[in-house]
Every structure is written in C-alpha cells, then in structure tokens.
Design a protein around this ligand. Sequence first.
Ligand code: ZN
Ligand code: ZN
Length: 274
Amino acid sequence: MEQEYIDKSINDEHDFDHAVSEEVLSDIAYYRTLIVNVIMIGKPDDDWVLVDTGTHKYHKRILHACEQRYGKKPPQAIILTHGHFDHAGSAKKLAEHWDIPIYLHPYELDYVTGAKEYPPGDPTVGGGLISLLSGIFPTKIDHLKGFVQPLPSDGSLPFLSDWQYIETFGHTPGHISLFRKKDRVLIAGDALSTEKPESTLAVFFPLQHVYGPPAYFTEDWYDAEQSVKKLAKLDPNIIIAGHGIPMEGETMKGELQKLADNFTEQAIPKHRRH
Ligand SMILES: [Zn+2]
Ligand SMILES: [Zn+2]
C-alpha cells in the first residue's frame, strides 16, 4: 500500500495545488516534495536562487511552490548539491522554463552530462522499503549539458555573496553543502539527513533526528565521515537537509556532534556493497 501511494504521488502530475513552500527564515523557504526538499534562498520580493530540484516528475509542483512565493520572477540560478535523480531530476525542465544556468561542483559534472554514471543504489544496506527499492532508482538523469556550469573553485556561490559552499564529498564524488556564516545556516544536501532516509515509514511519519547520509546511495564512507565532521565543526544553528524537516537548537547540535564522533557506529550500515 505504501508503494501504491508513492507511485501515485510520483506519477500524479496534476495535483499540485498543495505545492506550497514553508518559510524557515524570512529569506529562506523550502518545499518538501514526497521524499526530498528543494530550497529557495531570497526574500519573496527579492532576487533568489533555487537549491536542488526534486525528482523528474515534480517540476510543475516545484514551479507552483516557487510562484506562490516569488510570482513569475525566475531565480537567478539553480544550484545542485549533487546530481542524484532525487535532487537533479527536475533541473533541466526548470532551467529551460526559466532560461537560467545550473551550477554544481566540477567533480559532479560528468554525472549530469552523461560521461559517467553513479553506482546503482545498494538495497543491502537495510533500514526499510526505500532501501529495498533503491536498486531500481535511476542512476542517470536528464542530460544537463548546455545548462550546467561548474561552481568557482574558491568556495564562493554565484548570486549568493554571503554564502559559501563546503565540499562534503563521500555521498557522491562532488557533493557540496551550502553555509551562511553570519547566522550559521547550513543546507546540507545528502551529507546528512534529518529523517531516517532509508525508511518509507519516515516519509510519512518523520522523526526528527540527525542521521548520516542516505546509505543506499553513499559511495565513499570514509569521505562521508570527514564531511560530517567538517559540518559539525561549522557549528550550524539551523540545518536544512535534503531529506527531513529542518532542525535547529540544542538537540540538533548535540546529535550532530554525536554523529560526527560516532559516525562508524551510527551511520555506516553493517552490510553494504560500496
Ligand atoms: Zn543523494
Ligand atoms: Zn537524496
């Protein structure tokens, strides 16, 4: 029954009236698609940037949520934390619609232009139905050639002068997180999660905790651990992860530090292929 619901939600392109973003701060909002968040940076009447784009069937709903907040004003760019199908899936359609560039880390470029493919999802990591299904998740997305540009190598982000990107490799070879120093907001992508990303149950009844990256797709666990340690050092006040509801406060801070200190026990699955 859960699978039926997921199929229906993914395939029903017409039901997007409820696609509305939620504000985290006056200049940051997110829209939760069925399994993954897209993030809008910018006040409603200001210039803005979209971070991540959900799966490929979500472009109309994402557009609806963006128009609810910004009207017809297009974002200046799309920035992708990485090229997985659940983050980059609607990137091409949205970039075409708005006629704007897409940026991601140079190490990630080959995976969105067809030169390389991510390894298949690893259904052996356990944790729930999403893991079992991950073996059939797409490893390729729409070609982004012609739309995509590498981020500058100095950690700066186009159009976002008070933000920087942090290299948080491991989940994928060129995964990035976005950080704003002045109020220590962290957009973590899949470097970590704030719900148990392997479990379908968590999709419907999210329990807020700081977890490791989605295990079924994580390629390099050593790098993934270094990335979480790096993020913990930033001491973020707010975390907006790719999967899960945004978190803030002392509980989040304590859990992030614990995850960084005990990454092997907490995040790395006992059984895995990668
Ligand atoms: Zn991912
Ligand atoms: Zn993801």
